[in-house]
Design a protein around this ligand. Sequence first.
Ligand code: PBG
Length: 337
Amino acid sequence: MPHPAAPFPMTRPRRLRQSDWMRRLVRETSLGVDDLIWPLFVVDGQNERQDIPSMPGVQRVSVDLVAEMANEAAGLGIPAIALFPYTDPSVKTPGAEEAWNPENLVNRATREVKRQVPDIGVMLDVALDPYNSDGHDGIVRDGVILNDETLMALEKQALAQAEAGCDILGPSDMMDGRVAIIRQALEQHDFPDVAILSYAAKYASAFYGPFRDAVGATGALKGDKKTYQMDPANTDEALREIAIDLSEGADMVMVKPGMPYLDICTRVKREFGVPTYAYQVSGEYAMIKAAAHNGWIDGQKAMIESLGAFKRAGCDGILTYFAKDVAQLIAEEGPLG
Ligand code: PBG
């Protein structure tokens, strides 16, 4: 008996969801290993591992172990790692001079990784906060973050990092004019191939807390970062920031944090069509881990879903503390949808 025309639906979106093969056939985006950048925390010592309580599953590790982890990452096909230092408080100063010490932790780690694992990209933050006794990304005088003095410091930091063999510089400080000064310095000092992935739309966010524990900046930070990081209420301003960084010579841009700012990712990708990355930051990672630990969500499924969301939003890649876990899963199962 044929069904009467109504009230049965003529259009049934469920047809395309009826089986795994059909869902795969119509899938619009997927997450692959090429989408991942893996952030790692470096600490002094030899064969040293330190847990970070607010980031379960993430450790600070010494340079020798960073090289091992880079090797593992390369084996899994992860294109790049990003290195962040835990700087001993005794080394931090108001001028953040350690930032351009050729022997600082990230520069040593970069040289070691490039020596042992030449085929993985190394990205370093250009920002003073891990080295600054004030915990700020810029130089502070009388409670004011000084823009242009900070630029001079960032230039020195960037050159020391390029000298160490860093492939991608990530200015994450949000000072005005930083990309221009770094790009110019790179060109002048014969580092034309060092790329800049600028933290172009970086918001003054509550989601960075665990990272500040990881780099030992939590106790140091005086006040907040609202005079340089962006107001979470703003969207148009993010586009202006991106436009400025691109005009100053950024090759790739980043939106940060990630999941709470997917609207920004989408707009940036649509308007500029440049390589666009999101940073799934420490607080996003910690939330998923904490809820999973309590049995409130399925941690693995939430990990995959949260990362897939970035692809759907238009991102070309994601900095994520899940990079190795997800790469292992992709190695077993193929690209994840
Ligand atoms: C430093 C920097 C921060 C992060 C990356 N680079 C913290 C901050 O700006 O306070 C945060 C990353 C994360 O939370 O995972 N400028």
